[in-house]
Write a protein that binds this ligand. Structure first.
Ligand code: PLP
Length: 383
């Protein structure tokens, strides 16, 4: 099988799976305990927290572990809304966010807050002119994703942070970093709040984190035993946290080589596809601009969903967009339409997303399978 749906989820690194398994079987103490067995687990968790903080340019005290990015994003948005309870404030996001941000903003709208969805440029990056024009003293939150999960557009968080600081100094800037963390080089994150998810970078599923800068006022998420500074109660998912830590450490050591390989894969694939198949278009940023792991393309006259199933015959897994929206049959239309693409091109889109286990040598077989499938489907369509 050639697995090319790494934006949906990834195979865990062996080291991550092993440490998660060992933590369940051997090192299983609740880190909140006070005997030595528990203190050892707590120490391992705090070392992991320090490693994650270092990757984000944060303090260990600024990391809250969660069950993944859907929870982290909900906590960020509702947490800031709760900290502003009783006032009608402005909440700004974009039209191309993952559902876990988009739907929470729609919920805030239904609760009577002022909610704005910014447009994007043709490459999928947020329109900074629009952002500057809607920021105000009354803005509570700006949430703009780091890398778009459908087309791989990379937003410039430094520019966004400086625009927010200039025009809305009291606003909190959150970024959904799920498709960026470990996929772009580690560097200090200029946002005040940042979300990530372990299973997107070869860690376990069901674990993620929210970085919340010290001093940011945020309401509590889950209530209970007051773990995670009382912001997110619940027994810590130690197998997940320590498995995710192993993946982070792997990217620390091998991240630049992995990213270079992903870029080589993406370029090779596009070079072959674009030379073998006519009428094919990249949706989103130019081949050399976007994130190394995402290539979204449309083949004129071929439905993305039909092509996806044709590639299954070759044992190749791709997607037509975000896993959650695919099942609800909305495809990725909201995002691709926001880029200004006609509905027909959006329906033709497939997302090819690469991961650490892909090799450049696989790309020729993928391109040939795509070329054969597209040719066959176009011929059938003409009959
Ligand atoms: N944000 C983005 C950009 C994503 O791609 C995803 C997953 O598809 C999520 C959030 C949700 O992450 P999780 O699966 O950890 O809930």
């Amino acid at each position: 099988m050639i697995y090319l749906d790494n934006a949906a989820t990834t195979r865990a690194f062996d080291g991550a799976a092993q440490i998660a398994s060992r933590t369940m079987a051997e090192n299983y103490a609740n880190p909140a305990g006070v005997y030595r067995f528990a203190v050892e687990t707590d120490r391992a968790v705090e070392t992991a927290r320090g490693n994650l903080a270092r990757a984000l340019g944060a303090q260990a005290s600024e990391i809250i572990y969660t069950s993944g990015a859907t929870e982290a994003n909900n906590l960020a948005v509702f947490g800031i809304a709760n900290a502003n309870r009783g006032r009608r404030r402005r909440f700004i996001t974009t039209q191309v966010e993952h559902a876990s941000i988009y739907e929470t903003f729609r919920a805030l709208d239904a609760l009577g807050q002022e909610v704005l969805f910014l447009g994007v440029n043709a490459d999928g990056t947020v329109r900074l002119d629009q952002l500057a024009s809607v920021l105000s003293e009354n803005t509570a939150l700006v949430s703009i994703m780091h890398v778009n999960n459908e087309v791989g557009a990379i937003n410039d968080l430094h520019r966004i942070a400086s625009i927010v600081a200039r025009y809305a100094p009291r606003a909190v800037f959150h970024s959904d970093g799920v498709q960026a963390f470990a996929k772009v080089p580690f560097e200090p994150i200029p946002a005040q709040i940042y979300s990530l998810s372990g299973h997107k970078f070869n860690g376990p599923k069901g674990v993620g984190a929210l970085m919340i800068r010290n001093g940011v006022r945020i309401g509590k998420g889950l209530l209970g035993g007051a773990q995670e500074r009382g912001i997110r109660s619940g027994t810590l998912n130690t197998p997940g946290i320590l498995g995710m830590d192993a993946a982070i450490r792997h990217y620390y050591e091998n991240g630049s080589a992995i990213r270079a390989k992903l870029m080589d894969c993406k370029r090779r694939l596009w070079a072959r596809i674009s030379s073998e198949v006519g009428d094919v278009y990249i949706n989103g940023p130019d081949i050399n601009q976007g994130a190394a792991h995402i290539l979204n393309v449309s083949f004129r006259g071929v439905l993305g969903e039909v092509l996806l199933h044709s590639l299954e015959e070759y044992d190749i897994c791709v997607s037509t967009g975000s896993a959650c929206s695919q099942k609800r049959n909305q495809a990725n239309n909201r995002v691709l339409e926001a880029l200004g693409l006609p509905a027909e091109r959006a329906r033709s889109a497939i997302r090819i997303s690469l991961g650490a286990y892909n090799e450049v040598s696989e790309m020729d077989a993928v391109a040939s399978a795509i070329a054969e499938s597209v040719k066959k489907l176009r011929t059938m369509g003409r009959r």
